[in-house]
Design a protein around this ligand. Structure first.
Ligand SMILES: Cc1cc2nc3c(=O)[nH]c(=O)nc-3n(C[C@H](O)[C@H](O)[C@H](O)COP(=O)(O)OP(=O)(O)OC[C@H]3O[C@@H](n4cnc5c(N)ncnc54)[C@H](O)[C@@H]3O)c2cc1C
Length: 919
């Protein structure tokens, strides 16, 4: 019997010791599928034990139906949860095909930990749903116990910042009624006597966290789903996906093929875990995940451990899961083992544990629970798990193929997220869109140029794995997979000290450092796999300095950029924006249907609008410029007859917008073209009271209010280059955007900087845009305006053509909402105390929690923190303007409340004078 300390000593004796943070020497980046041997596993029940071992050879467990409404591929946590939720939504004729037997892939390995608190409101809701399914719903429905154990969860803070993060989680938990307590080291010791608390700042205790059992959960899900009419067929590998092209030229799923026949179906859900990439390939769909070994060890009996909560020691990157009267110990290494492909034969298998890699966890585990040093190891559990470039799952309809959905890439959280995600997938399939804001999990969050890019997927997935337990700081950026898409000004801005942020693969300016260039360099894999760890890395150092929940050290730099914009002028490189043309015979019909605002105004007009889903939720906000037809194509407009529109959408959501529009065009059979010119055009925005004076020196056009009013656009020459000038503002100032062909951007920018010098023109980045725009009360999509928020709730009724009779997508839902009264409303708050806020703070009204902050930042002109969040009336009634105005408000940040004032209009320039040039 090996003990944890003996394992550690054994490694130390045979290898030169290195800092665990750097990994244990050279490792091959890729390992083969590895041995798949059977070992004793810690579960009392597995489905494998429950059935005849020779079943695999017997062929499908049931005859295949000829057709199915939906085919779910894979019978792990995700497949079973999705099938159950489809059946619950009343879908008949859904079939699950499992190559071997239920749970035989990754699911049976799981440690089954379920933590309820995460730094995301949507994730908290998803986890709550899983918990409800396994702790109550399934048992009520089937009479079977899923194996759920509510032993509680304990997060360990070994630093003040970590404790701050936990306090943020506690405040968010308050919004959702999740009980949690921040405990002192002494209180922690009383709760968990075997724990070393000497190096602790404190802990977060969540009494209703617990542990799921994979076999029990999937057995119950299968019983419940089949009772409701769904079909589960085991021992039936899917070998192909048949695709058809419809009359409109759209590729759609037609059938699923197996060795035992095919099933005609319009809808497939790829829940094939680490094999999801292979299943994607059958359909020509990229599935951006990598498989890695993921492991824990199970100890011998530990006296006094019974009934203890599960423990996550984030700073040591380890977890300790209660396993009866023993512990399972696992974690996240800096040098995980990649597996290129996992064998098709892998079922109920285990990889041999690589102690070189696993040793990183031992010191941390022993430090936390010292009795482990002398405790033996009963078994090891090492299985394949999928990891993705941002450590979030892959869900939703693939952009490449209609009817092909993803439900994979669960980053070692597929048990706890399974219920919530299965429910959302089912909703997605039945209603076309999920019920919640699933953008962070939606495959469309990645640009299509990245989802098949092997190096990007591998680098980003590695970094995301290694950082899984890191504190989630508001201004962090990835170091991996950078410089994938760069704008026309990238080199120039870098030389001027630009500190870049990564969004959607693009490098966009974050802010400008006076200390000179801080380029983003190739990824060093934290020094693992034979790479040299970077020691003196200016960009990494700047990021590291901002790892705080207080005002970051670069607060004053952002302030300068903001005040320069408000007082003189600032230039923002927004080239990462998505820039699309919508043209063709049905373009006007399509625009009327797609956009909530009336965009079919005369050519030369530009309209800020939303795009909605059928539930009235906001899929996007964007600007649409009506174009005049012309026979001559140029980079600034394609040749077209009839109607044409130029769309500018936030760059981080470009793929989302692209897919949404294409889907609507296909579903409604509109005959028009959507052309993506995002890479061909740059976007330079000049904003501020001096913008007119600066631009007037460059632009061969009259920029007076009469000649060039707000919300209009023109083709003009700038420093001799033809550009589309659009009078718009994302920051609440007089300003113009110059949309220019890529080769023209640099000369135009350089001429701008020369002309602007005497007017005080400065470079500014997205950190300044964030602050300036929240100060003005402008919404940010996917923060204070999401697919689960309607424009009426978000205070954007002015973007909806409800006074006209023109039908548009989402109109009926909005009308219903208006007639019934709004159940929640977006409200702005200011806080006089100088405290930093970033979102997730609880909103208190008259002593009751009524919502949480979605987005917060500091406004430098009003010199206050601003926060936006949706509030509800706890009595369940509509939220009237009087309700909003009549409350006394406070925002709870890390357990402390701060008085706040509610605003229905932006506190900065409430009459919108500045965008009209009135100063
Ligand atoms: C060591 C370890 C510890 C973990 N601990 C936790 C934890 O504490 N909490 C937590 O939430 N998560 C944990 N996880 C992660 C969790 O177990 C996984 O995220 C989850 O089980 C993934 O489920 P899945 O359904 O996506 O994949 P799988 O369980 O792998 O299911 C995919 C199924 O698809 C089948 N399949 C593949 N190809 C085909 C085909 N062509 N035709 C038909 N069927 C096919 C496979 O046989 C397999 O059964 C852990 C994982 C590991 C490895």
């Amino acid at each position: 019997m090996a003990s944890l300390s003996r394992a550690l000593r054994g490694i130390a004796a045979t290898r030169p010791r290195q800092s665990p943070a750097r990994g244990w020497g050279l490792r091959p980046l890729v390992s083969g599928p590895g041995p798949t041997s059977e070992k004793s596993v810690p579960y009392q029940r597995t489905l494998k034990e429950a059935e005849d071992a020779s079943a695999a050879a017997q062929g499908p467990s049931q005859p295949l139906p000829g057709t199915a409404s939906v085919v779910v591929i894979g019978g792990g946590s995700l497949g079973c949860q999705t099938l159950y939720h489809l059946a619950k939504l009343g879908v008949s004729g859904a079939v699950l095909l499992e190559r071997e037997r239920l749970t035989s892939g990754t699911t049976w390995h799981t440690a089954g930990l379920l933590w309820q608190l995460r730094p995301s409101d949507v994730e908290v809701e998803l986890l709550a749903h899983t918990r409800q399914v396994v702790s109550r719903e399934l048992e009520e429905e089937t009479g079977l116990h899923t194996g759920w154990i509510q032993n509680g969860g304990l997060f360990i803070a070994s630093s003040q910042q970590r404790l701050d993060e936990y306090k943020r989680l506690m405040s968010l938990g308050r919004v959702y009624g999740i009980e949690s307590h921040v405990l002192s080291p002494g209180e922690t010791k009383a709760l968990y006597p075997l724990m070393n608390v000497e190096d602790l700042y404190g802990t977060l205790y969540v009494p209703h966290d617990g542990t799921m059992d994979p076999a029990g959960t999937c057995t119950s899900l299968a019983r419940a789903a089949t009772t409701r009419g769904a079909q589960i067929i085991e021992n039936c590998p899917v070998t192909g996906i048949r695709v058809r092209t419809d009359d409109f030229g759209v590729r759609r799923v037609a059938a699923v093929e197996t060795e035992h026949g095919s099933i005609r179906t319009p809808c497939v859900i790829n829940c094939a875990g680490v094999w999801a990439r292979a299943v994607g390939r059958m359909a020509g769909v990229n599935v951006p995940l990598v498989a890695m070994h993921h492991a824990y060890v199970v100890t011998e009996r530990i006296e006094g451990i019974q009934n203890m909560p599960n423990v996550r020691d984030h700073d040591a990157s380890v977890y300790l899961r209660l396993q009866g009267d023993a512990l399972s110990v696992g974690g996240y290494e800096t040098n995980p083992i990649f597996c290129e492909e996992v064998s098709d034969e892998f079922a109920f298998g285990l990889f041999d544990l690589d102690w070189d890699v696993f040793t990183q966890h031992i010191e941390g585990a022993i430090n936390r629970v010292p009795v482990l040093e002398k405790t033996g190891i009963k078994s090891t559990v090492c299985g394949p798990e999928s990891f993705t470039p941002d450590h979030k799952p892959l869900m939703g309809e693939a952009p490449e193929l209609r009817g092909f959905f993803l439900g994979c890439g669960f980053n070692s959280a597929g048990m706890m997220l399974g219920g919530g995600c299965g429910q959302q997938l089912a909703y997605w399939i039945v209603h076309g869109r999920p019920e919640k804001d699933m953008h962070s999990y939606d495959i469309r969050r990645f640009h299509r140029s990245l989802t098949g890019h092997g190096r990007w997927i591998r680098e980003r997935s590695h970094e995301a794995y290694a950082k899984n337990y890191s504190v989630v700081f508001p201004h962090d950026e990835p170091l991996a997979g950078r410089n994938m898409r760069t704008g026309p000004l990238h080199e120039e801005l870098r030389a001027r000290g630009c500190v870049f942020q990564e969004r959607h693969g693009w490098e966009r300016p974050g802010w400008f450092s006076a200390q000179g260039p801080a380029p983003v360099l190739p990824y060093d894999y934290c020094g693992a796999y034979g790479h040299r760890a970077r020691e003196d890395y200016a960009y990494g150092r700047l990021l590291g300095q901002e790892y705080t929940f207080s005002f970051p050290p670069h607060h004053d730099v952002i302030k300068k950029e903001c005040l320069a914009c408000r007082g003189a002028a600032a230039v923002f490189d927004m080239s990462y924006f998505g820039k699309f043309f919508l043209v063709g015979p049905d373009a006007r019909k399509a625009a009327d249907w797609l956009f909530s605002a009336d965009v079919s105004r005369p050519p030369g007009s530009t309209v800020y609008t939303c795009m909605l889903n059928h539930r009235g939720g906001t899929e996007s906000d964007l600007t649409v410029s009506r174009l005049a037809p012309g026979p001559q194509a140029s980079p600034l407009a394609p040749a077209f007859e009839g109607d044409g529109y130029y769309l500018a959408v936030g760059g981080a959501a470009a793929q989302h917008n692209w897919s949404h529009i294409r889907t609507v065009l296909q579903d409604r059979k509109f005959r028009c073209q959507l052309i993506d010119s995002s890479e061909d055009l740059g976007l330079i925005s000049v904003q501020g009271p001096a913008s007119r004076a600066v631009l007037q020196e460059l632009l061969e056009a009259d920029l007076s209010d009469d000649a060039f009013p707000f919300s209009t656009h023109k083709l003009v020459r700038a420093a001799g280059h033809l550009v589309r000038a659009v009078r718009l503002s994302f920051v609440g100032e007089l300003g113009w955007e110059l949309h220019a062909p890529r080769p023209s951007c640099l000369p135009v920018y350089q001429a701008l900087m020369t002309a602007g010098a005497k007017h005080g023109l400065v470079n500014a980045g997205y950190r300044a845009i964030d602050s300036l725009s929240i100060e003005k009360g402008y919404r940010h999509w996917h923060a204070d305006l999401r697919a689960d928020d309607s424009p009426l709730e978000a205070g954007l009724a002015f973007t909806c053509k409800l006074k006209s009779s023109v039908p548009f997508l989402g109109r009926e839902a909005l009308e219903k909402q208006r007639a019934e009264g709004l159940r929640r409303r977006l409200v702005g708050f200011t806080v006089d105390e100088k405290v930093s806020m970033f979102g997730l703070e609880a909103i208190w009204r008259n002593g009751q929690v009524v919502g949480h902050v979605r987005r917060a930042d500091f406004g430098f002109t009003i010199n206050k923190t601003l926060a936006y969040g949706y509030i509800r009336d706890p009595s369940g009634g509509p939220v009237s303007l009087d309700f909003v105005k009549s409350g006394d408000y406070a925002l709870e940040r890390m357990g402390v409340t701060h008085a706040a004032q509610a605003h229905l209009k932006s506190p900065f320039d409430p009459d919108n004078k500045r965008v009209k040039g009135v100063y």
